[in-house]
Design a protein around this ligand. Structure first.
Ligand code: SAH
Length: 495
């Protein structure tokens, strides 16, 4: 057995990726093997390290879930190989999550393990639906109950005892049994007018709340077609939901937005849109790949004293430069005599992550303004994409400023034609697509393939050049007020 093998049971929270704990995320980032199940959302799955082995035990062959004994065995086997294994579970692993069962075999075999609690849906789905699970005016206890009955068997819930508590009741796994649960509570003497609710897909962009009374819940839930995963909440606190349902009031709630940024840069934009309630689909349509080796960059940097300005038009350019500088065994001091230009705040931030401060940013963050406004002080070294915008070099030429334009990375249009994306697009299921550069437009168009009908979507574009590229391809476009991610978010809010 490898010496370092261990298992970390991690609660992924109820759905909103922001509800994963910091400790849980750190464990996930260290994982060599991740064993996950159905309730874990896509944004958290996207945090899994690329190199980690990923084992989906919630949706194996023919949609049968992997039996519990087999999951236990997988955890044991992988830990014995000396791997750091993260067992990722929805909500909290110990709240109806079989976390305890999964530890038994490990404990018997002397495998070290840890448990990182998660936020349970029992509390979080209520919170996002505007239901505080306790409130001093209404109740003094909270009860979390399983509504799951073994196939063919009756529920074994002591309804009399539950009614006597006068507390808030939250049932998990109870969608199918809901009418029976309601019947049981009524028969045990609970007031038929007791406020009750169901919350479906709580904390996710698809969250729906069904507000009712105990008497009307079965009918209301059937009307709305509430389905799993959902919780049932019974208690006076449910009456507060209409006033407290903050999540449903977020400005982008109910809006689906496709984010096409390259994978490594999608984070910020997606997070900001999600925080405003949007349903974000991340679909990286391009990838930036540094050119390596890059003799022309090496040669230019060898003669850095020949240049007055070193100019970057993207974080990807800064990243390729950083790698080259490190390869040369140099650091920021090497650039002491040269000034640094950045096309916008994102690029300036990438420089500052290297401990470098941009000396110049144009008034409008695009290639044209950069070329027009860069102070004329001598030769300019531009480190950027293989096919960069001609607007920058044309503007420099007009002003008689000498430059070297050196490609340091290339843009790869990642995906082949994606049928699913095209179908969603043409069915009107993708009302908004964000474009943060002309190459994301090209990547998106390449992904959905020739001849796609874009009439039911709107491109939210970072700037004029990006919008022009979109319109050229028949994609209706709106343009952000300035070329920043925040302005793209503001543009989404205006729709
Ligand atoms: N360990 C999990 C619960 C697993 S049992 C936790 O702590 O949340 C699965 C049940 O949890 C589902 O049947 C449903 O009742 C509930 N559930 C999980 N995620 C949910 C969500 N996002 N919204 C509403 N209910 C959810």
């Amino acid at each position: 057995m490898g010496r370092n093998g261990k298992v970390i049971l991690v609660g992924a929270g109820p759905g909103d990726p922001g509800l994963l704990t910091i400790k849980g995320r750190e464990a996930l980032q260290r994982a060599e093997v991740v064993v996950y199940d159905r309730l874990v959302g896509p944004a958290i799955l996207a945090m899994m390290p690329e190199k980690a082995e990923k084992i989906d035990v919630g949706k194996a062959a023919a949609h049968h879930t992997v039996p519990q004994w087999q999951i236990n065995q997988i955890l044991l086997d992988k830990a014995r190989e000396g791997k750091v294994v993260v067992r990722l579970k929805g909500g909290d692993p110990f709240v109806f999550g079989r976390g305890g069962e999964e530890l038994e075999l490990l404990e018997e075999n002397g495998i070290p393990f840890e448990e990182v609690p998660g936020i349970t849906s029992a509390i979080a789905a209520c919170a996002y639906a505007g239901i505080p699970v306790t409130h001093r005016d209404f109740c003094s206890s909270l009860h979390i109950i399983t509504g799951h009955a073994k196939a063919g068997a009756e529920l074994t819930i002591d309804f009399d005892a539950l009614v006597r508590t006068r507390g808030t009741l939250v049932f998990l796994m109870g969608v199918t049994a809901m009418p029976k649960i309601v019947e049981g509570l009524l028969r045990a003497g609970m007031d038929p007018e007791m406020p009750a609710a169901m919350v479906e897909s709580g904390t996710t962009p698809l969250q729906r709340r069904c507000g009712a009374t105990l008497r009307t819940l079965p009918e209301r839930a059937a009307e709305m077609g509430i389905h799993s995963p959902a919780i049932i909440v019974v208690g006076k606190v449910c009456a507060l939901a209409d006033r407290f349902c903050w999540f449903d009031k977020l400005p982008l709630k109910g809006k689906r937005i496709l984010v096409t940024r390259p994978k490594e840069r999608a984070g910020t934009l997606s997070d900001k849109l999600r925080a405003l309630g949007a349903e974000v689909w991340e679909y990286p349509c391009i990838e930036t790949v540094p050119i390596r080796p890059c003799p022309s960059m090496a040669a230019a940097l060898d003669h850095i004293a020949d240049y007055a300005w070193l100019v970057f038009t993207s974080p990807a350019g800064v990243s390729a430069f950083r790698t080259e500088l490190r390869r040369m065994g140099k650091d920021g001091r090497y650039l002491a005599a040269v000034k640094l230009g950045a096309i916008g705040t994102g690029t300036a931030r990438a420089l500052s992550e290297m401990g470098l401060t941009a000396d110049f940013l144009p008034t409008v963050y695009d290639a044209e303004h950069l070329g027009r406004e860069l102070p004329a002080e001598g030769r300019v070294l531009i480190l950027r994409a293989e096919i960069g915008s001609p607007a920058l070099t044309q503007a420099l030429e007009r002003r008689g400023i000498p430059y070297d334009d050196i490609p340091v990375y290339r843009t790869v249009y990642q995906n082949g034609a994606s049928r699913a994306l095209r179908q969603a697009l043409e069915a009107g299921e993708l009302p908004y697509v964000t474009f943060t550069s002309a190459s994301t437009v090209k990547g998106f168009a390449a992904t959905v393939g020739e001849g796609a009908d874009f009439s039911r979507t709107l491109g939210l574009c970072i700037g004029e050049q990006t919008a022009a590229e979109a319109r050229r391809r028949g994609i209706p476009a709106a343009v952000a007020g300035e070329a920043t991610i925040d302005a793209v978010v503001a543009l989404a809010l205006e729709q």
